[in-house]
Design a protein around this ligand. Sequence first.
Ligand code: SF4
Ligand code: SF4
Ligand code: FES
Length: 374
Amino acid sequence: MAEFALKVRRYDPESGEAAYWEEFDVDLPPERSVLDGILKYKDEEDASLAIRCSCRAAICGSCGVKINGQSALACNTRISDAAEKAKDGAIVVEPMGNMPVLKDLIVDMDAVHWKKIQRVVPWLLPEGDPPEREYIVPAESMIDVTQSMACIQCGACVSACLSMEVDPDFIGPAALAKAYRFVGDPRDAHTEERLADLAEDPHGIYDCTHCFACIEVCPKGVDPMNQIMRLRRHATADHEIKDGNNGYGHEKAFVDIIEKWGTLHEAQVLPRSYGEGSMLKGQTDPKAVKQLAGSLSTVVHALRSGKVTPRKALLHHKLPDQDQVRRIYHEIESKDERLELNMYIVGEGDAGLGEDEGEQADKEPAMGETGADQ
Ligand code: SF4
Ligand code: SF4
Ligand code: FES
C-alpha cells in the first residue's frame, strides 16, 4: 500500500462557478489504476466527483481522461506509473481535450466524437440484394481492416489531435480510422465514393498533419494516422482522385521531386502541387496560376526566412548518390502488390516485420482476439 497524491480538475456548470483544481491523497496498492484512485476518493470522500467508466478493463472505452497532460484510459494507467511521471508530486487528471466538458472529467462525446463517426457513414454499403444469411468473406480478405476494427471509441486520439485543435471541423483520427474500416472491407461497394468524399472535404484526409499524437495515445494500437495514410494511398495511387484540396498534387509533387533530386526542391513544391504534380501545368493552367498567386504570402515568407532564395530556386543540386534514391523507387514500383503492414497480424506475417515492429505485434492481440468489431 502506498499514498498517491491526485490533482483533479473539477467543473460543475450548474454551480455557476469557474473550473478549479482539487487535490487529495489516496492509499492504494501501486499496481492499481488511476481510475481506482478516483473511484476510491469518490466512494469515501466526495460522491459528486464525476467520471465516466464501466468495464475497468480497457474494453468499453468510457474512462478517457488526460493524465499528466497525456490522453489515456484511467483504468489502463497504473497509478504508480502516473505518480512517477507527475511533475509536481501530484498526478494531474483533467477531462479530455477537443470536446466540451459536461462535468468534472466527463466530456460531451456526442457533440464531437460521435458526430464525426456519423460523418463517415459508419456502416457497410454492399451492392445488390442482401444474402439470406450473413455476408461471408474469407478471413484473409479482412486482415487489412483488423487494426481499425480494434478501436474501442474511447476518444483519446480525438483529445490529442493537434489538427483538430486548430480546425475543430477536421473529421479527425477516430472517425477516419473508422472510415478505413469500410474502405478496406471487400464487401463494401462504395469505396471510390467514400474516398472521393473524404478527399474533397477540406476537413478530410488531407487535414492531418502527421503529428503522430493519435498513434502515441491510442490504447489499442489502432494507429489512426496510419489508417489515414492508407486512405490517402487508396485515394491517390489506386483511384487517382484529383481533389480540390490539392492533396493528390501535393503528394505527387513530393514523390517526384525526391525522385529527381533526392532532397526537397522547395521552390517547386507549390507549382507542382497546384499543377496536380506537373510543373508545366502548375505554371500554365489558369486555375493553378490563380492558386499560386493566392499563395504569394507563403512565397514571400519563404523568401524572407531564407527557406527559398532566388539562387536555391534556380539551382537545386541533386544528391551525389541520387542513383541510390532512384533504386529505392524502382524497387518499390517493381512490386506487384503494395505491402501494407498491419501490426495486428502476428505469426507468419512477422517474417516481414523489423525488430521493433515485431515487438509491437507481440504486444497486441492477434486477429480474432481483438474483441471489438465496431
Ligand atoms: S497524426 Fe493527424 S489525425 Fe493523428 S493526431 Fe496528428 S493531426 Fe491528428
Ligand atoms: S483509435 Fe484508439 S484512441 Fe482513437 S478512439 Fe479508437 S481506440 Fe481510442
Ligand atoms: S472503464 Fe472501460 S475502458 Fe476504462
